[in-house]
Design a protein around this ligand. Structure first.
Ligand SMILES: Cc1cc2nc3c(=O)[nH]c(=O)nc-3n(C[C@H](O)[C@H](O)[C@H](O)COP(=O)(O)OP(=O)(O)OC[C@H]3O[C@@H](n4cnc5c(N)ncnc54)[C@H](O)[C@@H]3O)c2cc1C
Length: 561
């Protein structure tokens, strides 16, 4: 490896040359075609994990990444004038010891342990999250609490008999008033669909364990001195839980993974290169074309791994899959963060707060310093990220950055959280395809494409979140990549990377890296997953299924958290 003052050269695969400047790897000279063992689409957690594991096993890889600057995908850390933004806030938690070990291996010295705290903000008051009913009623004041209790009692006496939607279920459980205040607005902001069109089973999973009557009785006993136990455990758990976090944000993990891959001399990461075409060579191998600033790069490989959205991959595969139509029906929900720098102390101690207020569009506000003090360079300045859920191309998504910063300032003023004259800076980060949408047909569409690809192209491997159209966390995305690397090394599909227990509950409860696994779903010739692999694969976060409005159909039996 040669070094110079301004930049570093990395001797990479096939003698290509790279230089590193301002955090970006760019090709200096590149032979027309790169020959590697594995070509990988996407330098997010899944693509980089696959690359990292394969390099360790002696394979050569070439990773193409569309983003010109950042690796890490949704889990990148965006930097703006020394301020660092995490898209959505990434806790590093996994029930899989293998994933935890890999995190520690890639980033041995830079994890910090952070307290986890998040509350709901509604009309100037903070409420515990998950909600504690007695505290909620206390905060709402006597008149509104009475109305809430009356509407609750009414619904207990006259419940909705045929419970189909999220709205039906939650109204039955808490009454109309509490449902409207604490559930309707935020849920609709996130999912972009009315609560009366979301499946009831999702509500049942999501909000389970919270009994209004139980909490009120407990609260009364407590105020009368009959119950001296330290709370019901909920607040203690919520406020004192901690999580691990790279001190410079989640992107620090993925920068380190990229550096390791490149420094090995067996891997290249082509930034600013988007997939143009992935063509089968007819003999089990692949020829990948990626468009970059200097033109098109060709990569030849025995295997291809894709973490690109399935919909996009289908359009760029050659020969074109027969299931391209199904893939084209997959949909996504997008997301943007407006960061505001404020000449003030931190506005609240939480990592983030949920905004349950229909007067504003913002859904959540991140408090970047609470994630890590090093995310905010100036101790006199607070930095928050207002999160807006949207669809690519809609009014919010397409609005110019200045308008979005102005909107964020206005909304923080409406909420009473910030004096707009104290805002000293702003920046916007857009995240397309943040959430794969689970609509009525998504599972059929995903299965159709998956089965066709598995049958026709055994050396093409789908990994990660949008790569498999699964609403999962980093650890799951990584585990799919780790298993894929093992399949490639074994020369056959020894692990079924789609082996995910649909009933699994996403909850960061249980010990990190220590939960016992569920029984593996074994295919005839596949190797059973270890407990630990299953633990990662099953840390799924559930999403609501859409039910047709006024549908007579029973809600889907599929459970999710
Ligand atoms: C709001 C929010 C909060 C989250 N919070 C957490 C959390 O607390 N903890 C946690 O563990 N996980 C969390 N996640 C999930 C986590 O972000 C994902 O699981 C993880 O980023 C998925 O990794 P991936 O590599 O599969 O996909 P991505 O992160 O989407 O990366 C894919 C990469 O591929 C690139 N790419 C796509 N198409 C192409 C193409 N055609 N050509 C070239 N490159 C391409 C993209 O630019 C991207 O860099 C959260 C997600 C969201 C949206």
């Amino acid at each position: 490896m040669k070094r110079s003052v301004d930049y570093e050269y990395y001797k990479a695969v096939d003698d290509s040359r790279w230089f590193f400047r301002q955090g970006v790897y760019v090709v200096l000279e590149l032979k027309e075609t790169l020959d590697v063992d594995v070509a990988i689409i996407g330098a997010g957690p899944a693509g980089l994990t696959a690359g990292y594991q394969l390099i360790k096993a002696g394979k050569s890889v070439a990773i193409i990444e569309r983003d010109p600057v950042y690796v890490g995908g949704i889990s990148r850390t965006v930097e703006h004038e020394g301020y660092r933004f995490d898209i959505g806030g990434h806790r590093f938690f996994s029930k899989s010891q293998a994933v935890v070990d890999l995190w520690n291996e890639i980033l041995p010295d830079d994890f910090i342990q952070r307290p986890r705290m998040s509350r709901i903000y509604y009309e100037g008051k903070f409420y515990s999250y998950p909600l504690r009913a007695f505290e909620a009623l206390g905060n709402l004041g006597i008149l509104r609490s009475t109305a809430c209790m009356a509407s609750y009692l009414w619904r207990r006496a006259f419940p909705i008999r045929e419970v189909k939607s999220f709205e039906d279920w939650t109204t039955n459980q808490f009454g109309e008033k509490l449902y409207t205040i604490f559930f309707k607005t935020y849920t609709e902001k996130v999912w972009g669909m009315p609560c009366n069109e979301m499946s009831a089973d999702w509500a049942a999973q999501r909000i389970k364990g919270l009994s209004l009557m139980g909490a009120v009785v407990d609260g009364l006993k407590r105020s009368l001195g009959f119950n001296k136990r330290p709370n019901d455990g909920q607040a203690v758990k919520t406020l004192l839980e901690t999580f691990r976090y790279p001190r410079l944000g989640p992107g620090m993990m993925w920068d380190a993974a990229r550096d390791n891959i490149v420094a090995s001399g067996k891997g290249v990461v082509l930034m600013n290169h988007a997939l143009d075409r992935l063509a089968s060579d007819g003999q089990g191998g692949w020829s990948m074309a990626a468009n970059g600033p200097e033109g098109t790069v060709q990569i030849r490989a025995a295997h291809a791994i894709s973490s690109a959205p399935m919909r996009e991959l289908a359009n760029r595969l050659h020969p074109q899959p027969a299931t391209t139509l199904e893939a084209s029906k997959l949909r996504y929900r997008d997301f943007l963060t407006v960061a505001l720098m404020i000449d003030s102390e931190d506005l609240f101690p939480d990592n983030w707060i949920y905004i349950h207020d229909s007067k504003v569009k913002v859904g959540r506000v991140q408090n970047f310093r609470s994630w890590s003090p090093e995310m905010v360079p100036d101790p006199k300045v607070a930095c928050v990220g207002l999160e807006y859920f949207c669809f690519e191309g809609d009014g919010l998504w397409s609005a110019p950055d200045e308008e979005l910063v102005a909107l964020a300032k206005r909304e923080m003023e409406i909420l009473g959280l910030v004096d707009p004259t104290k805002v000293v800076g702003g920046a916007v980060v857009r995240q397309e395809k943040a959430y794969p949408v689970y609509d009525e047909d998504y599972a059929t569409n995903v299965a159709a494409m998956r089965h066709e690809l598995e049958e026709r192209f055994p050396t093409l491997h789908l990994v990660g979140r949008n790569g498999m159209h699964r609403y999962n966390n980093q650890d799951h995305a990584m585990m799919t990549a780790m298993l894929t690397a093992e399949n490639i090394l074994a020369g056959k599909r020894v692990y079924d990377t789609w082996c995910v227990n649909e009933d699994a509950e996403y909850h960061e409860s249980g010990d990190e890296g220590a939960e016992a696994g569920l029984p593996a779903r074994e295919a005839a010739e596949t190797r059973p997953l270890s407990d630990d692999q299953i633990a990662a694969l099953t840390s799924l976060r559930g999403v609501p299924e859409r039910i047709a409005a006024n549908s007579e159909a029973k809600p889907s039996p599929r459970k999710s958290a």
